[in-house]
Design a protein around this ligand. Structure first.
Ligand code: C2O
Ligand code: CU
Ligand code: CU
Length: 522
């Protein structure tokens, strides 16, 4: 066994990977980890390795049982399954990016306690795109997501089918990748144990794990490869680029951006790098020729961590009732003995290799990908100004307040269209701000830090990834971003009562550290 396969084997056993696929695969199956969400009957949340604190989702359809599933659905699908919490801690299953009523959003208002179950029923309403599920029990989110409680959810629809057909993308030309960094030493993932400073800046690993595998190499058919990528890191921002493995000295390859968090753009956009912060997704098309091999990397950048403070801990009295997954100390002030790579460091993500055989003839890239409207901007008057602040005593704050789960938060009229002006303070760091239940359109950016600004393609400062539907938008220190949202809710009964959503930073240490607001629609 060479070093890489040894490490992968050691990790696979540490992760307790593997399911047993015994029966016919569901409609979208490409690998034995693919599970049709509408066929899901039970989602077990298990502690697969109590020593290292690793966890897993195990999906049961009644016919097969799949650990670490990749979920697939079509717009309009009915969803009906039971969550079984087998962790020693409360948990939830949050559907990041979906339009859902509070009762099934999994936002953490009403976690599933250890040993308990919860039935989840809804209709999937969103357009095609890469969404994801992850745990969201307040105070436990960072630890549980880092421990493995995150899975991809690919939603398909007819607009997306048309693109797949136009580009003749077979299953071997499409890849969905969940990227999460971890600290790996001696072939094992170090348990989650941030010190106070890591609760302030975030928990950073030293290696990228792609779909559960460090130093992953994926094979795709030569020609055009469609990659859908999720940054599921607790805190790390990525500056995504593709380089030729044999010529890392060459400038990064051009590729096309096809879609963002909430699905396909109106038109493809040629780029050579993209920022992808925690919680964000991109859908890209990369050309790969027979005989060459590409390396997806995060290019080095200045991450603009300008805040400093000490003694910042998470005040979660409820945590004390439950054991930690592995390491005892969270924000305990002991700086990790394990090396971590700082945010913004050059980091290989995964390799992309062409499968043997000749390249397929390249279909022309359609000029139009979807019918999404341009950002609305009929009325650009600001509905609300929201400031992201930093205070060395309390850490990161939204509107100068730390989060309280029972706060009224931001009250929004159902059906309103609002423009939020969100401004990050100069002494800060980039905050990927996420809203549950709705998608933003980015209208404008101002004060953007140089290297990010250099990627802007529009005179209003918008970046390529600002041109589609977004549920997570990174805001750099000293930057102001204008976000438009349609707060209409579906008219069925499940949305009738008051609905609470969350607006929070998707740096998971900041999220658990109270950088969150409730958003209430009466
Ligand atoms: Cu992906 Cu509230 O989170
Ligand atoms: Cu979410
Ligand atoms: Cu943040």
């Amino acid at each position: 066994m060479d070093r890489r396969s040894f490490l992968n084997a050691a990790l696979a056993s540490a992760l307790g990977a593997g399911g047993c696929a015994t029966h016919s695969p569901p409609a979208f199956a490409r690998s034995d980890r693919d599970v049709d969400l509408s066929a899901l009957r039970r989602l077990r949340v298990v502690l697969s390795d109590p020593v290292l604190g690793r966890c897993a989702y195990v999906a049961d359809t009644g016919i097969r049982s799949v650990a670490r599933p990749v979920l697939h659905a079509r717009t309009g699908d009915p969803v009906d399954f039971v969550i079984e919490n087998r962790l020693p801690q409360p948990t939830t299953v949050h559907f990041h990016g979906l339009t859902l009523p509070e009762s099934v959003d999994g936002a953490g208002f009403d976690p599933v306690l250890p040993g308990e179950s919860r039935r989840i029923r809804f209709e999937l309403r969103n357009r095609a795109g890469l969404y994801w599920i992850h745990s969201h029990a307040h105070g436990f989110t960072a630890e549980q997501v880092h421990s493995g409680l995150a899975s991809l959810l690919l939603v398909h629809d007819s607009e997306d089918d048309a693109l797949v057909e136009a580009l003749s993308l077979g299953p071997a030309s499409q890849l969905a990748v969940l990227l999460a960094d971890a600290r790996i030493a001696n072939g094992v993932i170090a348990p989650y144990a941030p010190g106070a400073d890591e609760c302030l800046h975030g928990w950073f690993g030293n290696r990228m794990i792609a779909n559960g595998v460090p130093d992953a190499a994926f094979q795709v058919s030569p020609g055009r490869a469609r990659l859908r990528l999720l940054n599921a890191c607790n805190a790390r921002g990525l500056l995504l680029a593709f380089r030729e493995r044999s010529r890392p000295d060459l400038p990064p390859r051009r590729f096309h951006l096809l879609g963002t968090d909430g699905g396909l753009l109106a038109a493809p956009l040629a780029v050579d790098r993209l920022f992808l912060h925690g919680g964000e997704r991109v859908d890209v098309l990369v050309d790969i020729q027979p005989g060459e091999s590409l390396q997806a990397v995060s290019l080095p950048f200045d991450p603009r961590h300008q805040a400093a403070g000490d003694g910042i801990g998470r005040r979660h009295p409820s945590r004390e009732q439950y054991p930690p997954l592995a390491a005892a100390g969270i924000c305990a002030g002991v700086q990790g003995g394990n090396a971590s790579l700082p945010d913004g460091a050059l980091l290989p993500l995964f390799a992309l290799e062409p499968a043997p055989g000749p390249g397929a003839p390249m279909a022309r890239l359609p000029e139009r990908l979807s019918g999404i409207p341009a950002a609305w901007r009929q009325d650009q008057s600001v509905s609300r100004r929201i400031r992201l602040d930093f205070d060395p005593q309390h850490g990161y704050l939204i509107e100068n307040l730390p989060y309280h789960p029972d706060e009224a938060g931001i009250a929004i009229a159902r059906g309103a269209r609002e423009v939020w002006e969100v401004r990050n303070s100069p002494i800060s760091m980039p905050h990927p701000m996420h809203l549950h239940g709705f998608q933003f359109r980015v209208l404008r950016r101002q004060g953007t830090f140089g290297p990010a600004r250099a990627l802007a393609t529009q005179s209003d400062g918008r970046l390529p990834s600002d041109l589609g539907f977004k549920d997570t938008v990174a805001i750099w220190p000293n930057e102001t971003v204008w976000l438009e949202t349609d707060f209409s809710l579906p008219s069925d009964d499940s949305f009738k009562a008051r609905q609470r959503y969350m607006f929070h930073c998707h740096n998971l240490e900041h999220e658990d550290g109270m950088m969150m607001r409730n958003v209430t629609l009466a």
